[in-house]
Design a protein around this ligand. Structure first.
Ligand code: AMO
Length: 442
């Protein structure tokens, strides 16, 4: 791989990669060649050949070749040549004097993405867009982040599950439900693995996790909404309250960000110009009502007192927390029952509140978590209170009829975490293939 060249000794080498740039000068040609690991400069010409005593004309300059002049950006080539260390070469301190260059697959000369192309053109040509080093880095970061989370789960003895994405009912709000034809009937795309991760508690799995797709028929064009996103879900048994869930949540976030910083901190600094911060524990916790009071005292009134924090309110409370505690994360806790789903457990001291929280990272919600109601008669009553038909929830309610431990968990949008971690303007920048109301291709 190209990144390994700097550590090798001078001598013959063979490398493959994409042509990123060709500089054609009068007596010398330069090519920047890139693979997924890095870039290297190739050189043709500019040096005198070793004079051949048998042939007096052999000390001429190596000729330019039209093969090189005509290389288009993105052409995939295999090169054989001499590796030479040269401190003056900015790109990794090495260059390769080309001996042979073979075009493996040529690229059309018209690059569909121009330097000033907007996000839509870039997404149309996502495979070309993903060749950019910063885009490649996003997905290496994602791999490291998820690996670190998995290490925490596995060390704690959690079980990884894959839950079905075709369902017979809604799992969250009915308003955001995709309906699909299903033979003679209909099915719905899973909005969340909520019911099935709770089923694992009734099944005696204890701690479980899933990283998988979630679908929301959200006709929304904001920077943080997609119609399909990757949901990081976990659920654990034998908790005392949502505090236990928040502790696991903190542990996972700190492990993920530490691993990313350790492995990619320098590259993130170089390519995104940011210093990644690993948060300290515990993260600040503020009850929602108090958070609304804080932003109000600072001059912003959340539009609806009986609703969730709006995006502007989230930004403001995050700014307050950053200023007061120097922290990028804040748990907003004690949500009112009116804005929480039926399966959240209510607070035993104040039944108007739930044992639930949202986690806000740099001013945007990345997660919802809660202790779940595990007592069947309470759960059923809460469902009815929310206008739901217990008959339709039959399979779910059955989980609670045969003994289930107290439990809780959270769901966290992977794409939002990456967007905020890398301070990107939209989840489109950090989603392999974004799906929105206007985008089903590629
Ligand atoms: P909630 O609906 O809050 O909770 O979703 C959890 C997290 O998923 C992400 N998310 C989205 N990301 C991108 N585009 C969307 N349209 C979108 N919708 C949600 C957010 C959000 O915080 N079952 C509960 C979780 C639980 O209690 O375990 C749930 O789904 O980051």
């Amino acid at each position: 791989m190209i990144k390994d060249l700097a550590a090798r000794e001078d001598g013959p080498v063979r490398v493959s990669g994409w042509v990123e740039k060709v500089r054609d000068q009068r007596y010398v040609q330069f090519v920047v060649l890139r693979d997924e690991s890095g870039a290297v400069q190739l050189v043709n010409g500019g040096v005198l050949r070793e004079p051949d005593p048998e042939n007096p004309r052999s000390d001429i300059l190596v000729p330019r070749t039209t093969t090189i002049s005509e290389l288009t950006q993105g052409t995939f080539v295999t090169v054989e040549g001499e590796l030479q260390h040269n401190e003056r070469v900015k790109l990794g301190g090495v260059e390769i004097q080309i001996e042979t260059i073979e075009v493996v697959t040529a690229a059309l000369p018209d690059n569909p993405i121009a330097a000033d192309s907007g996000i839509d053109v870039r997404l149309d040509w996502r495979f070309l867009d993903l060749r950019r080093p910063e885009q490649n880095l996003v997905f290496r970061i994602q791999t490291t982040f998820l690996h670190a989370l998995r290490n925490v789960w596995v060390d704690r003895g959690f079980i990884e599950i894959q839950t079905p994405k075709l369902m017979a009912s809604a799992s969250e709000s009915r308003a955001e439900l995709f309906e699909v034809e299903y033979f003679e009937g209909k099915a719905f795309l899973a909005q969340s693995p909520q019911f099935f991760k709770q089923m694992a508690q009734a099944a005696g799995f204890g701690g479980i996790f899933e990283v998988g797709p979630a679908f929301r028929a959200d006709h929304s064009f904001t920077s943080r909404h997609a119609t399909e996103f990757t949901s990081i879900d976990t659920e654990l048994s034998w908790i005392d309250s949502h505090e236990d869930v928040m502790e696991l949540h903190e542990e996972l976030i700190v492990a993920g960000l530490s691993a990313v910083k350790e492995k990619h901190g320098e590259e993130i600094q170089k390519l995104f110009g940011i210093e990644l911060e690993v948060p300290s524990r515990p993260f600040p916790r503020i009850p929602l009502a108090e958070a609304k009071e804080i932003v109000k005292a600072e001059g912003y009134e959340v539009p609806r007192a009986d609703a969730d924090m709006d995006p502007e309110g989230e930004r403001r409370i995050a700014a307050h927390v950053k200023q007061k505690y120097g922290h990028d994360f804040v748990f907003l806790t004690d949500y009112d029952v009116s804005i929480r789903p039926f399966y959240h457990m209510r607070n035993s001291e104040n039944p108007q509140l739930t044992n639930s929280y949202d986690l806000v990272y740099r001013g945007t919600e990345i997660s919802t978590g809660a202790q779940r109601e595990h007592r069947i008669e309470v759960l059923e009553a809460q469902a009815v209170e929310k206008g739901m038909d217990p008959a339709e929830l039959g399979f779910y309610l059955d989980f609670f009829r045969y003994g289930v431990p107290p439990h809780g968990g959270f769901g966290m949008g992977l794409n939002r975490v990456l967007m905020l971690m890398l301070q990107q303007s939209s989840i489109r920048e950090v989603t392999y293939l974004f799906r929105g109301p206007n985008r089903l291709l590629p």
